[in-house]
Design a protein around this ligand. Structure first.
Ligand code: COA
Length: 173
């Protein structure tokens, strides 16, 4: 099974534009993925150079081409303020995982809630997903509150195989 889009999906919300990352976004991607504060609960290695940010954009593009990931930059008033992603997409099993990050100065303004709502609708309606899961650090209160607000259910008996500090949240359509 394959994505069935004529072009990369762009999503619009009341305040936000969610769009593909291109090579021109290298600096913004670097800022988001190298910042210790933004990534304090995230297990993946911090990006250290613009080249690594560039490689990440290329990887997202390749994974999009292989129907495995849709990565969006979050634009607010022409500024890149965060990102949101459906990854580990499995169209055969109607499954994906979700991840998100926002610059600290834009947090707690309802922005990720707005982005998440739109991406969930996209996942369920356009990709026909049945399950979306989130793996989030056990101490990441902001992420937990966000997920609960969007009706994700905590999975107390499951553990992340890669990062033992992560907990799993699940949303079924
Ligand atoms: C998790 C994150 C994306 C939340 O984004 P956000 O835009 O601040 O969230 P919202 O403003 O939409 O808030 C959603 C809900 O979470 C609550 N919330 C947000 N941050 C919170 C915090 N630090 N403590 C407690 N509740 C918080 C909000 O009050 C809101 O609930 P409400 O509507 O009942 O008031 C943001 O904190 C972030 O980018 N963190 C760093 C990256 C990260 O940890 N990503 C997760 C990796 S799995």
């Amino acid at each position: 099974m394959k994505f069935n889009f004529t072009s990369y999906p762009i999503l619009k919300t009341q305040r936000l534009l969610l769009r593909e990352a291109t090579k021109d976004d290298c600096k913004s991607v670097f800022e988001l993925r190298s910042n210790k504060e933004i990534n304090k609960f995230v297990g993946t290695k911090l990006v250290e150079t613009l080249q690594e940010a560039n490689d990440f954009i290329e990887k997202c593009d390749n994974l999009y081409q292989s129907n495995n990931r849709v990565f969006w930059l979050i634009e607010y008033q022409k500024e890149i303020i965060g990102s949101i992603v459906l990854h580990k997409i499995n169209l055969e099993n109607n499954y994906a995982e979700i991840g998100y990050k926002l610059k600290p100065e834009f947090q707690q303004k309802g922005i990720m809630s707005e982005a998440l709502q739109t991406v969930l609708e996209f996942g369920f309606k356009k990709l026909h997903l049945k399950t979306i899961e989130a793996f989030t650090h056990k101490n990441n209160i902001a992420s937990k509150v966000l997920l609960e607000k969007h009706h994700f259910i905590f999975q107390p008996n499951r553990r992340c195989k890669v990062y033992s500090f992560n907990r799993i949240w699940r949303l079924d359509n």
